[in-house]
Design a protein around this ligand. Structure first.
Ligand code: ZN
Ligand code: ZN
Length: 443
């Protein structure tokens, strides 16, 4: 009993996100925080939301618990289905989920589908509350109406079970649907106003922070992939970032530190790192990068024994974004053993590559397409090019493939012809992986 009291008093000082974590710890905690079981739970959740979040000026919709309300408003946890924090999330008050666009669509039926394909009566459709707010598909002008599949099922079941005398029940259902819809609309407005207000406030803080930096520093920051991701996050969910501004600022300062230390390696305009001559002392970062490439190559070759899902294809997203992955640009400390690489560094790199991809950061020149292979420089003199016309010549170097195209296929010597007539051989790139990421220092 004492323990329960202590636990509850601790809970009064926790943020909703911490309480949500508590719910997952064990069944006892879960029960204590369940409003249907513990009468104090409602106050705990409400108190936490009011004290620790910006969502103070509203109470949950009817039929929604304080816990669910707090859970929905925890934007920092991203989409509740795909867990992505990189996509913009919306709270759909009806049915009561926080989701990105991609995840909500498959859980709904469109008006179109229900009316024209499934031939559902308008009379039935009126009883189903559409997903609110409307799912906003940026690529289409018109706002489409969608219905939560579970709700459609419920209403259809109601009709199947109903007897002849259902007029009264129908009227009630109709009124209820109208009420739910109106309430959801109110919450939509509330959220929109807050969103607008906090975006503006956040922008002011951000501008002020940036104005304290020199133009040069700011320019370099803008070119950093990790910073680009952070900016994207702030656009997606201003609510949690503004609440956690000091933490956010610290992260930016860390990026600045890194940029200043790394010096010449800029990230979005990817330049191939020059490897110092063998005898020279190669600097620490390059040494670590070389070890990353070595480990990666072995995994891609399949020359180490690992689980099937740890083998990396040369076409993996990671290879596309590697040069600008924060943990490649500034590799962490570690022994770079196979265990360290597979257990720690690789998952981080993959996550970073995925985040860069989702943030739509411009990828560096891609080593598997011809333009990219020519750009990275180190591959130019290697035998990685094949004839894309007869598929029988190559892999060979640039000079030879050029003359093959001219003599055998009547191509001219322009860059365009070269790009059209040539493709890159993946296996050859893999055997020349170092040249794809590093450039030997010219003597
Ligand atoms: Zn999602
Ligand atoms: Zn050919």
């Amino acid at each position: 009993m004492e323990d329960v009291k202590t636990f509850i008093s601790i809970c009064y000082n926790l943020r909703p996100i911490d309480l949500l974590a508590m719910v997952c710890v064990c069944k006892d905690f879960k029960n204590i925080l369940d409003e249907r079981i513990n009468p104090l739970a409602e106050g705990i959740w409400r108190n936490s939301r009011i004290n620790f979040t910006i969502f103070k000026d509203n109470e949950p919709p009817s039929r929604m618990s304080q816990q669910t309300f707090a859970r929905l408003l925890t934007f920092e946890k991203g989409c509740q289905f795909c867990k992505s924090k990189m996509k913009s999330c919306t709270i759909y008050w009806n049915p009561g989920v926080r989701s990105c666009k991609e995840c909500i669509i498959p859980k709904t039926f469109s008006y179109q589908l229900l009316r024209t394909t499934l031939k559902i009566d308008m009379e039935i459709l009126e009883l189903i509350v559409p997903v609110t707010p409307n799912i906003d598909l940026s690529n289409s002008e018109l706002k489409l109406t969608y219905y939560w599949i579970e709700h459609v099922k419920n209403v259809i079941t109601f009709f199947m079970k109903a007897n002849d005398n259902i007029q009264h029940a129908l009227n009630n259902l109709k009124i209820e649907a109208k009420n739910i819809y109106n309430e959801a609309k109110d919450y939509e407005d509330w959220m929109n106003n807050l969103h607008e207000m906090y975006l503006k406030r956040q922008d002011e803080i951000f501008q002020k922070f940036c104005s304290e930096m020199s133009e040069d520093t700011l320019l370099r920051l803008e070119g950093d992939s990790e910073f680009v991701i952070m900016k994207k996050e702030i656009q997606n969910n201003p609510f949690f970032l503004i609440q956690d501004w000091s933490n956010y600022k610290t992260k930016i300062l860390q990026i600045l530190d890194r940029i200043n230390n790394v010096g010449s390696i800029t990230t979005t305009t990817f330049t191939v790192t020059r490897v110092p001559n063998k005898n020279q002392y190669a600097d620490e970062i390059v040494q670590k990068q070389i070890r990353i490439i070595k480990r990666l190559r072995r995994l891609t070759y399949g020359s180490v024994r690992v689980a099937q899902n740890q083998i990396i294809s040369i076409r993996d997203l990671l290879y596309q974004y590697l040069p600008i992955c924060p943990s490649f640009v500034n590799p962490p400390d570690g022994d770079y053993s196979q265990e360290f690489f597979i257990g720690k560094l690789l998952p981080t790199l993959r996550k970073e590559a995925e985040r860069l991809f989702l943030a739509e950061v411009v990828a560096p020149p891609y080593i598997l397409d011809i333009e990219g292979a020519l750009l990275v420089g180190g591959l130019k003199d290697k035998s990685v090019f094949e004839c894309n016309v007869c598929h029988q010549y190559g892999p060979t170097n640039l000079k030879k493939i050029k003359s093959h195209l001219i003599s055998c296929h009547d191509f001219d010597s322009s860059h365009k012809s070269l790009v059209l007539g040539t493709k890159v051989n993946c296996d050859s790139v893999l055997s020349n992986l170092f040249h794809a990421f590093f450039l030997k220092e010219e003597n």
